[in-house]
Design a protein around this ligand. Sequence first.
Ligand SMILES: O=C(O)CCCC[C@@H]1SC[C@@H]2NC(=O)N[C@@H]21
Length: 235
Amino acid sequence: MSKIFWYEVLESTQEEARRLAEAGEKGVVVARRQTAGRGRRGRPWLSPEGGLYATFILPGEELAFPPELLPLAAGVAVVKALKALYGISLGLKWPNDVLYQGRKLCGLLVESLFREGHPVCFLVGVGINLNRPVPEAPQAVSLGEILGREVPLEEVLSGLMAAFKEVGHLKPEEVLSSWRAFSETLGRRVRILHPEGSLEGIALEVSPYGNLILKTEEGLREVAFGDCIHLRPAG
Ligand SMILES: O=C(O)CCCC[C@@H]1SC[C@@H]2NC(=O)N[C@@H]21
């Protein structure tokens, strides 16, 4: 049974998870709200009460696949957990935004803890809109809105814990095939925004390391990170 570290309020569950991981702990850190929640690429993640804010501390040796696949595997875990709990079908936008009918339900942030220059432990932050409407982000949706009722935080958390445990045992090819099965990115025309600019093309595949392979006007390109924007469907 995995340990749960509960907090009423934290600046960010990522920071507390890092502190606990450095002290040799593993498990999941949960806060009812965060005062300085962080999203990908340093963006703020608004975290008032009514959402799920959790960070899973995952030691590298407990993963059956290379850490490069963890961002994809984390998305797979969330989709599987919410399907098992509520029967809802969700999709994934590369690398791991969880979508319901094209709207964002959950964001994931994967960070590493290094020891002697090697990543030894991974901190997987999960932010889910549960019972709070998200008027500040029209492209977002809450679980409560999808199900038409209040959703208990504890119920979603225990589903996530079971799914993260199960997904940790997947072989690399199983992570990739599960991700492909839920992907709403493959086959689409996309724009990838990254610090040096943007790249547009058709998303053809994910590489064995989780990079997105694009067919652009200049030929095939492989991208390791960036924000993915879905444009119109391919073809
Ligand atoms: O930009 C994204 O889509 C990722 C958002 C990740 C938010 C979660 S909430 C729990 C954990 N603590 C944080 O400060 N961020 C992550």
